[in-house]
Design a protein around this ligand. Structure first.
Ligand code: DX5
Ligand code: ZN
Length: 216
């Protein structure tokens, strides 16, 4: 199993205090910051774009894990690279040529991730798993934080882990202390958690417990 990583979703933070929230959550042991980019087209919600990443970059050295819930993900690669993003994870459903997009992303120096929505079969992403740095298996419909975890997505994680023992496999959506074990048991090693971390009285404890689940 590759290294466990916890990537709290900044979607659940106070956007008016983004720099301070990033510092706070990193001091609680976060390995990366998950930045949910939504364009109001690929998903029915709008969040943030490259200018916010650029501003945040001045306040943190953290690994910025950008989850691109956007149509035409090819369009924003250069802007995000210049803004200081570390990983650009696009949705397979949003592109016609995933292999070319992975190359385009890697050419900028960013890491490349490929995400799939709950209804997208794992077979669709398998051809790209060896080219990408990470595969994200969504465990809710993308668009909003605070939704219910969908355990029916986990067989996809299991298939990916069986075929690619060293692959970084991220899960995102509804991950919390009571759902994480099912995800890590299926083979996920990178856990995104928004509500569970930011609404906790003790976010450090939550981050540690999520990480311990991957190690089990
Ligand atoms: C949903 C986003 C998630 C979300 C996770 O579209 O991709 O990253 O913010 O939030 P929780 O952990 O609250 O489900
Ligand atoms: Zn996300």
């Amino acid at each position: 199993m590759p290294t466990p990583k916890i990537s709290p979703s900044m979607l659940s933070s106070d956007f008016a205090q983004l720099g301070a929230e990033a510092a706070r959550i990193c001091s609680c042991g976060a390995d990366a910051l998950h930045m949910d980019v939504m364009d109001g087209h690929f998903v029915p919600n709008i969040t943030l774009g490259a200018p916010i990443i650029k501003s945040l970059r001045h306040h943190t050295g953290a690994f910025l894990d950008c989850h691109m819930m956007v149509s035409d993900p090819e369009k924003w690669v250069d802007d995000f690279a210049e803004a200081g993003a570390n990983l650009y994870c696009f949705h397979l459903e949003a592109t016609r040529d995933a292999a070319a997009l992975i190359q385009q992303i890697k050419a900028t120096g960013m890491k490349a991730g490929v995400a799939i929505k709950p209804k997208t079969p794992v077979d669709a992403v398998l051809p790209y798993a060896a080219l990408a740095d990470m595969v994200l298996v969504m465990t809710v419909e993308p668009g909003f934080g605070g939704q219910k975890f969908m355990p029916e997505c986990l067989p996809k994680v299991r298939v990916l882990r069986e075929r690619y023992p060293d692959l970084d496999i991220q899960v995102d959506g509804g991950l919390a202390l009571d759902t994480v074990d099912a995800a890590t048991e299926a083979g996920a090693n990178i856990i995104v958690a928004g509500t569970a971390v930011f609404k906790a009285d003790d976010p450090k404890h939550v981050i540690e417990t999520l990480r311990d689940s991957v190690k089990k």
